[in-house]
Design a protein around this ligand. Sequence first.
Ligand code: NAD
Ligand code: ZN
Length: 346
Amino acid sequence: MAKMKAVIKAKPGPGAELVDMEKPVPGPDQVLVKVLATSICGTDLHIYEWNEWAQARIKNLPQVMGHELCGEVLELGKNVKNVKKGDIISAETHIACGHCYLCHTGNAHICVNGKIFGVDVNGVFAEYAVVPGANAWILDEKIPKDFASVMEPLGNAVHTVLAGEITGNTVLVTGCGPIGVMSVAVSRICGATKVIATELNDYRIQLAKKVGADLVINPKKENVVEKVLKETDGLGIDVVLEMSGNPIAIKQAFESLRPGGRFSILGIPDKPMEIDLGKDIVFKYITVQGINGRLMFSTWHKTSRFLSSGRLDLEPIITHRFRLEEFEKGMELMQSGNCGKILLYP
Ligand code: NAD
Ligand code: ZN
């Protein structure tokens, strides 16, 4: 059996291990890819740290970590028709069943039988990986290969920004982790007239400014609600894109939103939190929406066009590049918050 290097979560508890393991064999509906680049997501860090969410969610150890990738197709399962050997792909990481109510009604991203690479099945922090042919996204040749791996989280940002009106609107992005920073950039190219962001970490505050935030507020130093009201002539912000998962940021966002506004939430709080439904939602007549994953595949088409047109540059957002063996360095950097997106090369 051919072997490969992979970063696995071997057992419950903090950490991960670099191991030699059997190279996977694609099933009839899968493709085998050589992983050219992979990137670290907050989810990977949660699994690495083994937080409460990971303890409750991760069932199938040992498991290869990671889900974001750029890969070259090496082998095709016999049923796969949509890609060919040599194609460079990214991949949708939500594996949908294709036959449930949600898949049948254009909502495969929230398939009731859905699985996720690196969470429910072996992931891509490895030299090789198998992905369902249906999940492969062939990279437009105008898009740099390095960007392919980051198209998945970028798709989260694109999905959230485009989930309601954006052009001509003022926008508040709460939290400038990699996806928040991408949301700032995408909001700008989609015609938001003012993009305000909030973030605690100085490195990320600078990153948000670099990609075009008009104003970045540090909630440790300034009153977010007062500042947003001042910047919007007392009205409040038209659109909130919640990208922190932090209850304090979420409360500030509710207060900063204008009556009738849109509140789109991608961020995931660690635990249940309280909100004042009457005051913050009902009387304010706002729309609150949860955002999960990416629309399959309309978000991918849009994300691809933003990149291939050159309208959107991910280069400032990819701040670090390491070899796969150095994954621990990447995880530590993610913990510190002094980074944007981190790429790992097997
Ligand atoms: P991240 O954890 O890297 O970024 C969150 C950022 O919020 C950090 O930079 C942090 O400093 C900042 N923050 C924390 N408290 C804050 C506060 N009070 N005010 C302002 N900023 C604050 O996360 P990410 O990878 O960029 O992802 C963004 C969020 O989206 C996370 O909560 C993640 O779990 C979630 N997520 C959801 C989906 C989905 O499908 N719904 C997919 C991917 C990620
Ligand atoms: Zn389904």
